[in-house]
Design a protein around this ligand. Structure first.
Ligand code: DAT
Length: 186
């Protein structure tokens, strides 16, 4: 049975995943119009980082990287029902451990290193963590990870340096979902 699409929004921390996915979901809800109950058919936002914390889908705290140690099996188990049902916008800074079948579109957000540096410093990350993430962005680690994990034609890199670019990215994602829904009658 056809289902609503699942969209993964990935990228190095600070590239704009949270902001973009929240806005994209809001636009999709508006697009669906009144009279439809969003929660009944999904269009749910899953911030994997928040789920890891709230649902304790980890195996402890990594003090060096100041992050929870992800338990990938627990994360996938927790997400399975929602993702199988479809209609999710998922936000996470890694993407190689999700089942490939879950996603219909994988957006990789990218930012220039100076822009990213400032965003991460503003966030209060320690210098080593800022450097590590900027290096990760320069090496395009997330884009490569996405291309290694999903079909080439569903992986879309988008630049997210400015508010205008973010708005254009949100519009593109929203339009993509609308086209998918028309094509699949969902
Ligand atoms: P992420 O979820 O990838 O870590 P975020 O959505 O929290 O990133 O964004 C980090 C900060 O940068 C936040 O203050 C919003 C800002 N930001 C993100 N994308 C932007 C863009 N395209 N233009 C301007 N500011 C942006």
């Amino acid at each position: 049975m056809a289902r609503l699409p699942n969209v993964l929004i990935t990228g190095t921390p600070g590239t704009g995943k949270t902001t973009t996915s929240e806005q994209a979901r809001r636009c999709m809800l508006i697009q669906r119009g009144p009279g439809q109950v969003a929660s009944a058919t999904g269009l749910r936002l899953i911030s994997v980082g928040d789920w890891v914390k709230e649902k304790e889908l980890h195996s402890g705290w990594d003090a060096e990287h100041e992050a929870f140690i992800l338990d990938e099996d627990k994360v996938c188990d927790a997400m399975e029902d929602a993702l199988s049902a479809g209609g999710n916008v998922v936000d996470y800074h890694s993407c190689d451990f999700f089942p490939e079948r879950w996603f219909d579109l994988v957006v990789v957000l990218q930012a220039d290193n100076t822009v990213l540096y400032e965003r991460l410093e503003k966030r209060g990350y320690p210098q080593a963590k800022v450097q590590e993430n900027v290096q990760c962005e320069i090496m395009m680690v997330l884009l490569e990870e996405a291309r290694d994990s999903y079909r080439e034609e569903i992986v879309v890199p988008l630049t997210s340096n400015t508010v205008e670019e973010m708005e254009s990215n949100v519009a593109r994602i929203t339009q993509w979902v609308a086209d998918y829904r028309r094509q699949h009658s969902v």
